[in-house]
Write a new protein. Structure first.
Lengths: 337, 371
């Protein structure tokens, strides 16, 4: 059985301008020790999905199911939720400066986190905090535990956040753009650390990112979101070598790559802008920007279905026939990459 | 940006001939430029207790019509360098020559005239546009300041510009808040273009945008370069974007240029170990390639620019460091392929940086506050 199974998750926010459907029917399951990558642009609903699972989307109307160890997280009492959050499912946020409290010492914040969930002495908790800081590669952790967050560099703050998240050996770690605010060399350090810790602890990871490179590096499974809906789900190889959805094609074509960029060649951006989530387009939400739009796309919402019946793990929500997809991919998209 | 390849040697010789007259001539020459920011103590008598060596002796040329990419991590001085070139900041030392003229100490009217030729596009399209001004005024201000057009004439020119950058000219009277991030960046581009500059400094122009929008803005910048024969200094931390747009690339580390090379060769045969490590750290959107590659994980953090390391500034983290690197500052000089690198022991062809072992003891650098 999957460790975490999310079924038909929908999140709505009531605002002055109308109802924002931030997440609209997301399904996924996460196995122990595996990494699920969620990719999408700003406002595609990737962060809200994870916040809602942890009961952190205040003011939102959340429906659906999120089964964790057989219990539905969405129907849990707040007290129970508090027990799960941090201990069983931990989260790392994008900006380590605003997610650490500026007035408390880094060590003390980890101690607080441990002592909230476990009845141990301050001394013991402090020793564990120091040990954790050492494990995530902070030099001289006995001393650095007494520093304030502002005395840490960006990379070290993110390491401290990871130390805190892993303090209680959670089954699931949700990492929301954990390296977006970091430089590439520091990003490499942090991703390397997350991978090593995952091997050591067997943690399942949900990696939310807009960086297709990070997903290619880390994820086993990938969920692509567009305008609050999942548009494609598959293994990372599926997604990079045989993607089925025009949005996924567009994403892959828009990025210049260090390894394969042809100098002087034009990029192929996706035309237009992401739609408003208050009045989303009818039918397929990508249809106003899709170069292969058909009549049916405007009328009917496509379902997330496998394009190839022999590969049920790779699904996409698009009306194009499998033959058309194959043809377009072979003739237009793949050569341009 | 696209096909203005440098004609210094015979590696790439596509369509260099078809350039406008003057192509390949140096438009901007930066010599020994330093920018230090003083750190002071005391309220009335401000004693200088230290200096941040933001840019510490940088030399390079930018040729007419080319795009010079400048890459480096946070705090390496690349943005400060851009601002010094634009004269938004004054250089502590060194000279900047633009179009054959020393502009380092221009003042008053002359400085204003210089600013017609050199413009800047900023990173954050949210904070670089005044939220209380209509975009007609934002894009049209340069015309008024420089006394080029006003009234109806100004409106016409602004709407022309809006069309050039792909905005709807009817939106002349809207406020920045009514535009998306990508559109705002187009407004920034239109404003920079208003006075028909020769050189545009792009400081992280696409970093704040989503990938699909990022590609739109990059294509726009390329089109404008071809149309108006623009020269770009393209500052960014995203190595794949820089590779895509640049003819030559300068890599900065702690206030110095460590490598300056043809864009293609820099990425295929990096000379400086820092460049090598930087390139290996970029995640590639290709699972197979990314599994084959070996990441070079650098130890520690970037040292403080207040008290930079002796000799080569990269020596405390360099996988190839030797005693010589601690004692002697390596000059930026031509290596095997003719590209410039500042390194005593550059990466040899075929060498695997991940296997290199330093010949000195390296302490893990303790970073300073804030970083």
């Amino acid at each position: 059985m999957a460790l975490l199974e999310v079924k038909d998750l929908r999140v709505k926010f009531h605002t002055d301008d109308g109802i924002v459907g931030a997440v609209d029917g997301v399904n996924f399951s996460l196995e122990r020790g595996k990494t699920l990558g969620i990719v999408g642009e700003s406002g595609s609903g990737k962060s809200v999905t994870c916040l809602s699972i942890l009961g952190l989307s205040r003011g939102a109307k959340v429906t659906g199911e999120a089964l964790f160890e057989g219990r539905d997280l969405l129907k849990m009492h707040p007290d129970e939720m508090r027990d799960v959050r941090g201990k069983k499912i931990a989260m790392i946020f994008q900006d380590p400066l605003s997610s650490l409290h500026p007035f408390y010492k880094v060590g003390a914040q980890i101690v607080e986190m441990i002592r909230t969930h476990e009845k141990i002495s301050k001394k013991e908790a402090h020793d564990r905090a120091v040990d954790l800081l050492r494990r995530v590669g902070i030099p001289r952790p006995e001393r650095r535990a007494n520093d304030y967050p502002h005395q840490f560099s960006g990379g070290m703050r993110q390491r401290a956040m990871i130390a805190m998240a892993l303090a209680l050996d959670p089954a699931v770690l949700i990492a929301d753009e954990p390296t977006t605010a970091l430089d590439v060399t520091v990003q490499a350090q942090v991703l390397d650390l997350i991978e090593r810790l995952q091997e050591e602890f067997g943690t399942a990871i949900i990696m939310i990112t807009h960086d297709l490179g990070v997903v290619a590096d880390m994820a086993d499974e990938v969920l692509v979101m567009y305008a609050a809906r999942p548009v494609e789900v598959g293994s990372r190889r599926d997604l990079y070598y045989h993607p089925h959805h025009p949005y996924a094609w567009g994403l892959l074509q828009s990025i210049p790559s260090v390894a394969t960029a042809h100098l002087g060649e034009r990029l192929h951006p996706i035309k237009g802008l992401p739609p408003s989530l208050i009045h989303p387009p009818a039918g397929c939400r990508f249809h106003p920007r899709c170069p292969y739009v058909m009549d049916v796309c405007v009328r009917e919402e496509p379902k997330l279905l496998p394009a190839d019946p022999t590969d049920p793990g790779h699904t996409s929500a698009c009306h194009l026939s499998p033959e058309d997809k194959q043809r377009i991919w072979d003739q237009e998209v793949a050569p341009a990459r | 940006m696209s096909d203005n390849s440098d004609n210094s040697d015979a590696v790439s010789t596509d369509s260099t001939e078809a350039q406008t007259p003057g192509a390949g001539q140096p438009l901007l020459r930066v010599a020994g430029v330093k920018k230090y920011f003083p750190i002071t103590q005391g309220i009335i008598f401000q004693r200088e207790v230290g200096r941040v060596h933001a840019v510490d002796g940088v030399d390079f040329e930018v040729r007419q019509g080319e795009t010079l990419g400048v890459v480096g991590e946070t705090g390496c001085g690349k943005s400060t360098l851009g601002r010094v070139i634009c004269r938004l900041l004054d250089a502590t030392e060194g000279t900047i020559e633009f179009d054959g003229r020393d502009i380092t100490h221009l003042k008053g009217g002359e400085l204003r005239r210089f600013r017609r030729d050199v413009q800047m596009i900023f990173q954050d399209p949210y904070s670089s546009l005044n939220p209380r001004k209509r975009i007609g005024a934002i894009i049209g201000d340069p015309f008024e300041i420089h006394g080029i057009a006003d009234g109806k004439q100004r409106k016409l020119r602004v709407q022309e510009l809006m069309e050039v950058v792909g905005l709807n000219p009817e939106h002349y009277n809207r406020y920045p808040a009514e535009f998306s991030g990508g559109q705002r960046q187009r407004i920034g581009v239109a404003r920079a273009l208003a006075l028909r500059p020769k050189l545009i400094i792009c400081d992280e122009p696409v970093s704040a945008l989503d990938v699909s929008i990022q590609a739109q803005v990059i294509n726009l910048l390329e089109d404008l370069q071809n149309e108006f024969n623009l020269t770009y200094v393209f500052i960014a931390h995203d190595l794949s974007v820089v590779r895509h747009v640049s003819d030559r690339v300068a890599v900065m580390y702690l206030g110095k240029i460590v490598e300056l090379a043809d864009a293609k060769r820099l990425y295929t045969e990096p000379k400086h170990p820092y460049t090598g490590a930087l390139l290996s750290a970029v995640p590639v959107a290709d699972p197979d390639l990314s599994e084959q590659r070996e990441r070079v994980i650098l130890l520690g953090d970037v040292p403080s620019p207040i008290d930079p390391p002796s000799g080569c500034r990269f020596h405390p983290r360099c996988p190839k460091a030797q005693q010589k690197c601690v004692d002697e500052i390596p000059p930026l000089e031509p290596k095997i392929t003719g590209d410039l690198a500042a390194c005593h022991f550059p990466i040899e062809p075929g060498e695997n940086l991940a296997d290199a072992k330093p010949g000195i003891r390296q302490e893990q650098a303790v970073p300073t506050a804030g970083a």
